[in-house]
Design a protein around this ligand. Sequence first.
Ligand SMILES: Cc1cc2nc3c(=O)[nH]c(=O)nc-3n(C[C@H](O)[C@H](O)[C@H](O)COP(=O)(O)O)c2cc1C
Length: 416
Amino acid sequence: MKRVDDFRLRFGKQELVPIMIGGMGVDISTAELALEAARLGGVGHISDAMLPTVSDRRYDTNFVKEKLKLYTYNLDNSDKSAVKFDLGQVAESTRLHVSRTMEAKRGSGMIFINCMEKLTMNAPRETLRVRLHEALSAGVDGITLSAGLHLGSFTLMEDHPRFRDAKLGIIVSSVRALQLFLRKNAKLNRFPDFIVVEGPLAGGHLGFGLDDWMKFDLRTIVNEVHQYLRNEKLDIPVIPAGGIFTGSDATSFLEEGAAAVQVATRFTVTDECGLPKNVMQEYFKAGENDIEVNTTSPTGYPMRMLKNSPSIGSGIRPGCESYGYLLDANGHCAYIDAYNREVAAHPDAKKIEVMDKTCLCTHMRNFKCWTCGHYTYRLKDTTRQLKDGSFQILTAEHVFHDYQFSTDNRIALPGE
Ligand SMILES: Cc1cc2nc3c(=O)[nH]c(=O)nc-3n(C[C@H](O)[C@H](O)[C@H](O)COP(=O)(O)O)c2cc1C
C-alpha cells in the first residue's frame, strides 16, 4: 500500500516531500511553521498579509503607530480614501519578514510566501508590486498567488531578476480561472511552476459562491484541470487543496497524478501555528454544526469560520487608519458602509452590532476571526484529551510525519 512518502514533488532537479503547508494570514502560518515544513523536506508558507503589523509584533518596528499618527485626523471620517500606505514601509516590512525567515531556513525544503490579491490596500497595483518585488529580493523560494485572479501579477514581476528562477504558482478553484490566468500571461513566455487547485472545503476565503460551494468537489475540479493541461500539452505540477485530512486522502490524489498536496487545517492546532492556544482549543472543541460559510468578509468572497468567532456581529470602529488593507482602489471597504448604516440607525447606542460585514483587518490581526477548514470538527480525533478536558496541542513535525507516513486512513495520536 502506497503512502505519501513514496512520491516526490519535483521542481527541476530538486525533490521534495510532496506536502505543502498552505499560507494562513495573518501570521497563522508563522515563520516557525514554514521553517518546520522546510526542515522536514516539504514546502512551508509564510503569508504577506498585513506585514507591517506582523513586523511590529515580531521585529519591534513601529509601522502601525506611524501610520495611525499620520491619519489620526481622519478617524471619525467615513471617507477613508486619503488613508494610504507608505510604500517604503510596506517594502521594509516585507523585506524584514522574508529575509529573517529565509536566514533561519534549515533542511532541504522550501519556503514560499502567500500573496493575496484581495489585499488591495487603497492602491492595488503599486502595493502588490512592492510586496512581490520585495519578497523576491529578500530571497523567498517561491510565491503563491491567491485570493484573486492575479491577471496582472506576473507582469508586475517581469522586470525582477528572479522572475524566471523563483517558483511562482497560482491558486485556482476552477479550470476557467486557470484558463484566464494562462491566456493573460501567454505573451510572457513564462508558465506558473505549480497550480494549487483549491476546493470548497478549504479554510480562509473560498473561490465559490455562498449558495453553491457544496455542489463542487475537489477531485472533480482537479481532474478537469489535469485534462485541460493534457489538452494544452502543458506539464505543470498540480497541487490539490481543501479537505485533505489524512495521509491516505493525500496518497489518493498523488496516485491520480497530483504533484503534491496543500494542507492547512491540521496544522492550526500545532505549537508552531500563530493562533493563540485558547483559540486552538476552540478549534478542537468545534462540532460540524459549529462551522459556517458566511459573507461577513468585506472582500466579497465567502469565508469559512467558527460560528462563535468574536468577529461576527462585532461593531468596532473601522480600523483603516491603523490597517486599511482591504480598502479598494477608491479607498472603499464594505465594512465601512455596514458600520455607518448601523451607527445611523442607532445614534444613541453605546455599542453597535454589525452582523453582515466584519472589520476583517482588525479581527484577523487580533485572531478574533476564527477562519478554519471544513474538517476542523475532526481535529479532536487527531489528539488526546487531557485530564482537565482540554486537548493536547500537537507539533508540526508530528502532523507532517502523520501525513507523510500513515496508511489506511489512520491518524497517529501524539506519542504513537
Ligand atoms: C486558518 C486558515 C487560514 C487561511 N488563510 C489563508 C490565506 O490567508 N490565504 C490563502 O490563500 N489561503 C488561506 N487558507 C487556505 C489554506 O492555505 C489551504 O489552501 C486550505 O485550507 C487547505 O485545506 P485544509 O485546510 O482542509 O487542509 C487558510 C486556511 C486556514 C485553515
